[in-house]
Design a protein around this ligand. Sequence first.
Ligand code: THU
Length: 132
Amino acid sequence: MSKKDELITAAIAAMPQAYAPYSQFQVGAAILDDNGDIHQGVNVENAAYPQGACAEAGAIAAMVMAGGKEIVQIAVAGRGEVLCTPCGGCRQRIREFATPQTEILVCDEEGLRKSYQIADLLPDSFGPDNLR
Ligand code: THU
């Protein structure tokens, strides 16, 4: 299995672990970092709705904890006809650790549906370079 297929499989495998009792919308995310390691995350909702966290945020936190510095690829998996593209906040979270080559792989429970680069999802973005 290619690393990309492994990543997509990891995002899909994470989905049922999501804690989404309010929306019932389970999202899994998996990051391939610059060390070649994979980090998974799921959405974790909260009775105080705005305190819920997205799957991408969990995967990014796991990557940072493990020492990853760059997102090479991130797969995000959610059900439905409409593509489960990262929300606005998560586009900015991904941007922090992305390069122009970073691939964002949008998946459903069956596999890959569409690939993007960060500039497709967040053009002319504000990032770490702005503060250097
Ligand atoms: N969700 C994610 O985990 N990632 C996204 O990029 C889109 C939305 C979650 C948040 C919430 O728990 C559920 O999906 C419904 O919005």
